[in-house]
Design a protein around this ligand. Structure first.
Ligand code: CA
Length: 232
């Protein structure tokens, strides 16, 4: 049986332990992250079904995380806030959070909200499966549900960043994407804002997917502008 995957983003160990214990009794799978930077990495690599997000994190505002995640994903996000100010919750919801819980919360309430979010997650996946489950372009194939990419039926071993980069290009096949657009979609502007880093990642991605990386067939460079995935 499939166990739903929950990402818990929380810097308070007591709350994290409470949530872990609760999730264990329900047989959910989960990963935890203590700050915003590791939360973003987990969202990309773990690909959770629901994110539980504390708004007050040491390195990044929770709203900032929602903004980044919403750049590429509709994963349901439940915000957990110690703050009583309504404005924080409004900001979080405006930015794309699905639901809010105020600390302290009861376990029953927490689980009820989680079930609602998981239902939404499943509905989204079912509705979008036909158009987005698989991407085919020449010999390149991306299985979005499995988070894997293949070239000529052989799996390509990509890092989470390379995979995300490939997905952003694939989802916009035929469109020229600017450096800034790609940086924002893959890292969020605040984490990596420099084009040289993007070039390095693009070079390693090309080595993995192009037969001849110096004469790329799939990813075209537009000097001074950005990149484009070519439809084969
Ligand atoms: Ca906190």
């Amino acid at each position: 049986m499939y166990k739903p995957k929950i990402l818990v983003v929380e810097d308070d160990p007591a709350i994290t332990n409470l949530i872990r214990t609760t999730l264990d009794t329900q047989e959910y799978q989960y990963h935890t992250a203590k700050n915003g930077a590791s939360a973003i990495i987990e969202v990309v690599s773990y690909n959770p079904d629901v994110i539980i997000l504390d708004l007050g994190l040491p390195d990044m505002d929770g709203v900032e995380i929602i903004r980044k995640v919403r750049g590429w994903s509709n994963i349901p996000i439940i915000v957990v806030s110690a703050r009583s100010e309504d404005q924080d919750k409004v900001d979080a919801l405006d930015t794309g959070a699905d639901d809010c819980l105020t600390k302290p919360f009861s376990i029953d309430e927490f689980l009820a909200r989680l079930r609602v979010a998981l239902r939404r997650s499943r509905t989204e996946k079912t509705n979008s499966v036909e158009e987005t489950a698989l991407y085919h372009n020449g010999e390149l194939c991306i299985d979005y549900a499995a988070g894997c990419a293949y070239m000529a039926k052989k799996e390509i071993h990509l890092t989470p960043i390379e995979y995300k980069l490939l997905c952003v290009l694939a989802k916009n096949t035929g469109k020229v994407l600017t450096h800034n657009y790609i940086l924002k979609e893959v890292w969020g502007v605040a984490i990596v804002t420099d084009i040289p880093s993007l070039r390095v990642f693009m070079a390693t991605l090309r080595k993995k997917i192009e037969r001849n990386p110096s004469a790329p067939k799939y990813i075209q460079t537009h000097i001074g502008v950005g990149y484009r995935m070519i439809r084969q």
